[in-house]
Design a protein around this ligand. Structure first.
Ligand SMILES: Cc1cc2nc3c(=O)[nH]c(=O)nc-3n(C[C@H](O)[C@H](O)[C@H](O)COP(=O)(O)O)c2cc1C
Length: 141
């Protein structure tokens, strides 16, 4: 089964300061992903999610269908889907990047300007952002 990576962004549909729904999402994600060879990262910032999931194609596509139906977020926008030769986020069943761990001037990393929203971001920049966080260990346990 080919290995694929999928990236999407969406809008958080609960109070993002509330830890309980976030913990519930991470709990489900980590236990399912661990038993289905899925790895990835989930970032939450400014009321938006950015997630990368990687794993066997069939499982990733079926998980994506469940994610699309999930009412804890809305406006899901597919940013990227491709076969890959290796995983980028193999260290995490679902690593979490919280707002407070992202440097305030992260927009400079991508060329400047004041706008840094997942919603308007180029898909290669979204991937670079996740790699940036992974390489600097900005991932919460
Ligand atoms: C932002 C977000 C990210 C999620 N990531 C995952 C994930 O990586 N793995 C997972 O199993 N469920 C994840 N979920 C939960 C799924 O959307 C869904 O609740 C779960 O797969 C159960 O689906 P089902 O009710 O269709 O069986 C996520 C949900 C949200 C809102």
């Amino acid at each position: 089964m080919p290995l694929v990576r999928l990236l999407y962004t969406s809008k958080v549909a609960f109070d993002a300061r509330d830890r309980a729904p976030m913990d519930a999402i991470l709990h489900t994600a980590r236990s399912f992903n661990m038993t289905h060879d899925i790895t990835g990262l989930l970032a939450c910032r400014n009321g938006e999610f950015l997630q990368a999931i990687e794993g066997p194609r069939k499982i990733i596509l079926s998980l994506y269908q469940s994610i699309l139906r999930d009412t804890r977020h809305s406006d899901v926008q597919l940013l990227h889907f491709s076969e890959v030769s290796a995983r980028s986020f193999y260290r995490w069943s679902m690593g979490f990047i919280q707002e407070s761990d992202v440097p305030k001037n992260i927009n400079l990393y991508f060329g400047g300007g004041t706008e840094f929203t997942f919603d308007t971001m180029r898909s290669d920049h979204a991937m670079s952002f996740l790699l940036y966080c992974a390489q600097r260990d900005l991932i919460a346990a």
